[in-house]
Ligand binder design. Structure first.
Ligand code: NIG
Ligand code: FE
Length: 415
């Protein structure tokens, strides 16, 4: 048994999906302790009542706050090359869509990924994952989508599989071949989709368990609602559950489609309308918001409060990618959600743990502090969760615990 003692505030995040109106209703225990056995939380309560069993190990939380390990439920962490030239073009007035329409954007990263060996992609992503772990992230979803040939998409998914073996963060692979139409298929979108979503490809993803979800960028610069419906419905028959990049740049009915397909999550939602909100509600789809992306692009944020008021389970992710969100830090994104979307720190924490776990179908095991849940926990160098988000840009993470083991100690305790 491992007992965490001397916890100033233990946040009792319940298992997801937590509906929007309940996200601020989470209990905390002050002067708390928590016991772990066989990778699971077995007890929590007041420090005074901490179980003392012979041979138990103790870990002093040093009057820090303890929260569930963060789940980054939407990332594009495997990529090569960088696109700071686009960052500057946008500052000078170009939009993200304009850059894509002129042949930049995703296609630039696709060329870089095709040229880069698996070994090099692994080395690049390992460094990124190490830094994410140090920010308290213990589970990360990673999408393909920068290969856009059968072989290059498979290459990306094999890279994710290898990364899962090489470091402590649990990885969730998503097939995003429908990210954009590659240059060699310009004007032949349906041919492209037929090739990448051929039965043999989907059967291989299923048989080798290379992906759990299928995502589509449903947008005027990428795929229509009809094309998205077609490929997501087909992928679902091969066991890949649907996700969607929906309503990011324009309103085309993508969130309504997410509801129609009972997608696990609908992500972005900067331009969601009432019809889309109703559709997600009926389907129990998690609304994944990516405020770091709007911050990075300098565009409007998704209407988060409206989604919470509609009682949708809302999650947060970084959308980490070299084009629209070069942000590895989920705690920074949580701070942005507080100040730019008016989520309270508690709502932001639930969004990045229990509800993010629901967005990757891991809410029965991850994202909550409750007996029986996997012991993925973060000890912070601040006494309560509000102080964490109140200090964006400072890494407040002291200790990261994955499956009951200490896996990182990024910051020594401050005196
Ligand atoms: O989620 N929207 C599409 N995909 C990414 C951007 C990828 C890129 O620009 O490289 C996103 O914002
Ligand atoms: Fe994305």
């Amino acid at each position: 048994m491992l007992t965490l003692r001397n916890i100033a505030e233990l946040v009792l995040v319940p298992p997801g999906p937590v509906p929007g109106r309940a996200m601020g209703d989470v209990r905390t225990v002050t002067s708390a302790a928590l016991a772990i056995e066989d990778e699971r939380i077995v007890w929590m309560g007041s420090d005074r009542d901490a179980p003392r069993s012979p041979g138990a190990q103790e870990l002093d939380a040093g009057d820090g706050c303890v929260v569930p390990g963060l789940v980054d439920c939407h990332t594009h962490t495997v990529f090569a090359g960088t696109r700071e030239h686009e960052f500057v073009e946008r500052i000078r007035g170009k939009s993200y869509a304009q850059i894509a329409e002129e042949g930049g954007g995703i296609r630039v990263t696709v060329e870089a990924v095709r040229r880069t060996s698996s070994q090099e992609l692994i080395a690049l992503a390992l460094r990124r994952l190490r830094r994410m772990l140090h920010h308290g992230v213990t589970t990360v979803e990673i999408k393909s989508g920068y290969g856009l040939t059968v072989d290059d998409e498979l290459k990306m998914l094999y890279v994710v599989r290898e990364l899962a073996r090489l470091q402590p963060i649990e990885l969730v692979p998503t097939f995003l071949a429908a990210h954009t139409v590659p240059a060699e298929y310009a004007g032949r979108t349906d041919d492209y989709l037929d090739t990448l979503f051929a039965d043999a490809v989907l059967a291989r993803l299923r048989d080798e368990r290379l992906a759990e979800f299928c995502d589509v960028f449903c947008e005027r610069t990428a795929f229509t609602v009809e094309q998205s419906r077609r490929v997501l419905a087909k992928a679902k028959r091969y066991g890949l559950r649907p996700k969607l990049h929906a309503d990011q740049i324009s309103q085309m009915g993508a969130s309504a489609l997410a509801g129609e397909l009972a997608a696990v999550s609908a992500d972005h939602l900067e331009h969601i309308d009432d019809h889309g909100i109703d559709a997600l509600h009926g389907a129990e789809t998690v609304a994944v918001l990516l405020p770091g992306c709007s911050f990075f692009l300098g565009v409007q944020q998704a209407p988060a409060r409206r989604l919470l008021d509609a009682d949708l389970p809302v999650a947060l992710g970084t959308d980490y990618n070299p084009g629209s969100s070069m942000i590895e830090s989920l705690p920074l994104v949580m701070s942005i959600a507080c100040t730019q979307m008016r989520l309270t720190p508690l709502e932001a924490l639930v969004a990045a743990t229990a509800n993010a776990a629901a967005a990757v179908d891991r809410h029965r095991r991850l994202g909550a502090v409750q007996p029986g849940m996997q012991a993925d926990l973060v000890i912070l160098d601040v006494p309560d969760h509000r102080r964490w988000m109140y200090e964006p840009g400072r890494n407040c993470v002291r200790t990261v615990i994955k499956r009951g083991q200490v896996v990182a100690e990024p910051s020594a305790r401050e005196e």
